[in-house]
Design a protein around this ligand. Sequence first.
Ligand SMILES: [Cu+2]
Length: 121
Amino acid sequence: MKGLLRRSALLAIAVIGLLVTAAPSSAHPSIDVVASNWKFTPATITLYVGETRELRLTSSGGVHGLESKELGLPLTVISPGKWVTVSVTPKKVGTYVLHCAILCGAGHKNMILTVKVVDPQ
Ligand SMILES: [Cu+2]
């Protein structure tokens, strides 16, 4: 009985510890996307309907851009070595194909970020 109580107490402490450490990161972490010649990394990101997310964008080479009227994403210039943050709150489920918004050279037309918008569970 004593052992069981002690185990329960330890378990409770472990659970509380998990809750405390999980709390700050479980809210909506930002998503980092790195542009380069000529791709976005990652090439696909997933967002949830009605959930605001911050996209942190930077470039490791070349000036690029993102824009999506459907996602409410304003034209955002992505410059090498700088981080720019934009908030996006998708309103509709779907797969959005975002082309690089700034003419950036030979591979420009193949430079695509796919945004999958899904229902939150
Ligand atoms: Cu580009």
